[in-house]
Design a protein around this ligand. Structure first.
Ligand SMILES: C[S@@+](CC[C@H](N)C(=O)[O-])C[C@H]1O[C@@H](n2cnc3c(N)ncnc32)[C@H](O)[C@@H]1O
Length: 511
């Protein structure tokens, strides 16, 4: 039987909040208390350094870390001292812990989480290391790397209605509160909804929680913003492969992500945007973009997909066979590993992509844009502002013709630099690169004309005037080159494709 979920007791929650805050049980407080080495190990789910560091110091913060992060039993009086207004009895009443002889044992994981301006706490089921055993099928996951990726990549403009599909512990919804008037959050798992209810109440927030699969609970409604960290893990539909609701949507292959791609459009208001993450299969020598074109066809949605990583079938199988607590070397682990490999072989899967997806319902009748890019290196954090600006730029480009692009006096973004590479013996550079310092940290090779154009993009000259001036200078300095036919507007329009790409990347921005 699964562990009971926390209980919202309105009178006790302010006391819990105040005690946790006073004890310094915040992201910054715990980091400072443990130090970078121990905190770093904990981030990698290595509990032993933290267990040793907090064992004997009698510090209230150590008691809370041991109880809620490490899943270690803590004496009643130590909990009373760490939570002086709530006391250990209050924790029991909230269903966060239970009595174990003279000790208190946590029933769930409770971790500080926050932004620069906010301190929150997130309750979820105890992790694999704290439980010391395999997880239950309805395990409610705490904040993981995928949760943090989605939170980082979600832009935060003010909107009216927002939806979080697969709310789980509620991390995405916590962030939505700052910039969305109304929040609806769904989950198929009743325990997840109970954790979400508790975490919302602990943060003093209100979300409308609905039970059901994917878009079913909100059918017929529209939203300005949809976020989802769906159960996207590709899982063999084979006997004895455990089904964990936090990672497995119960569909074959990557169909759960396909369902989200094909389904969210009906829920988006004109101009509305969906941000989600997921895995996709790369099959039989096809390109990863082929799968996306197949999924997007007929949706009418703008799409910007950033593939961040590709794993081969063995890497993917290794990762997910052990997730859930089945250790390498055990027969069940090896059986699961083999099931994943067989499942991939059946469908000719050669790789699994992971990335961040932004879909938008266009505000006006037009051809949707589709931009499928691969960026595997480090990117800015948070990425939300880049995604917001990138969607605005792509939308503008989709709604304006080449003449309009040439009419703008573009400006080189402040984080862009130009690198020239030449052999020491050569006078002229062989390679010129424009490099973005922030955002996706794009770098693009440019030719002489584009480098010259960028050098005059300071908001004074339209692109049309700048290109005409550059053409004139190049013609004067390279008289031996025979002019091609129709150099005028034809050459300018060739440059427009380059300008469009630079604008989409955020290398050129409007003044
Ligand atoms: C990876 S967790 C994400 C939790 C949280 N939103 C986050 O970002 O960390 C996926 C969540 O989707 C839920 N889920 C699984 N299948 C679902 C379905 N068919 N419809 C809606 N939610 C589902 C799971 O119960 C789980 O809470």
């Amino acid at each position: 039987m699964s562990t009971p979920t926390p209980i919202v007791v309105p009178d006790l929650l302010p006391r819990l909040r105040a005690d946790l805050m006073a004890a310094g049980f915040t992201v910054a407080g715990v980091q400072a208390h443990l130090g970078p080495v121990v905190a770093g190990a904990l981030m990698r789910e290595q509990a032993l350094p933290a267990e040793r560091a907090t064992r004997d110091d009698g510090h209230p913060l150590s008691a809370l870390i041991r109880l809620f992060t490490l899943g270690v039993e803590v004496p009643f009086e130590a909990v009373d001292a760490a939570l002086p207004t709530l006391r250990a009895q209050g924790l029991l009443a909230l269903g966060l812990a239970q009595r174990s002889g003279a000790d208190v044992a946590a029933l769930c994981d409770l971790r500080p989480y926050g932004t620069q301006d906010q301190d929150w706490w997130v309750a979820s089921d105890l992790s694999v290391s704290s439980r010391r055993g395999p997880l239950e099928p309805d395990h409610v996951l705490g904040i993981g790397a995928a949760s943090l990726t989605l939170a980082s990549w979600t832009p935060r403009p003010q909107v009216r209605r927002a939806l979080d599909i697969g709310v789980g512990c509620g991390i995405q919804a916590l962030h939505l509160r700052d910039h969305c008037e109304q929040i609806v959050a769904t989950d198929i798992c009743a325990r997840a909804l109970e954790f979400a209810r508790f975490n919302a109440a602990l943060a003093g927030q209100e979300w409308e929680l609905r039970a059901g699969s994917l878009m079913e609970p909100v059918a017929g409604e529209v939203f300005d913003l949809i976020v989802s960290n769906p159960p996207f893990v590709i899982t063999p539909r084979a006997a004895r492969v455990p089904m964990f609701s936090y990672r497995d949507g119960g569909r074959a292959g990557d169909e759960i992500v396909q369902d989200v791609v094909r389904g969210v459009g009906a829920l988006l208001a004109p101009g509305g945007v969906a941000h989600f993450i997921g895995n996709w299969e790369i099959r039989d020598g096809a390109h990863w973009r082929d799968r996306w074109h197949e999924w997007l066809t007929g949706t009418g949605l703008d799409a910007w997909v950033v593939q961040r990583e590709v794993q081969d079938p063995a890497q993917y199988a290794q990762l997910w066979a052990r997730d859930g607590g089945h250790l390498p070397g055990s027969w069940i682990h090896d059986e699961l590993y083999a099931a994943w490999l067989a499942d991939f072989t059946d469908r000719g899967v050669e790789g699994v992509g992971f990335g961040v997806v932004t879909l938008q319902r266009p505000q006006v009748e037009r051809e949707p844009f589709v931009d499928l890019v691969e960026v595997t290196g480090p990117v800015a954090a948070p990425m939300g502002p880049t995604v917001l600006a990138g969607m605005a730029a792509r939308t503008w480009l989709a709604e304006h013709d080449d003449d309009a692009v040439l009419d703008v006096a573009w400006v080189v973004a402040p984080d862009v630099t130009l690198e020239s590479h030449r052999r020491p013996t050569d006078a002229q550079p062989q390679v010129m690169l424009v490099r973005q310092g922030g955002g996706l940290r794009v770098s693009r090779q440019v030719d002489t004309t584009t480098a010259a154009l960028l050098s005059v993009c300071d908001g004074d000259l339209s692109a049309r005037a700048a290109l005409a001036a550059i053409d004139a200078v190049l013609a004067a300095t390279e008289p031996e080159v025979e002019p091609e036919e129709d150099t005028g507007s034809g050459a300018q329009h060739d440059q427009v494709a380059v300008i469009r790409a630079l604008v989409a990347d955020g290398i050129l921005v409007p003044d």
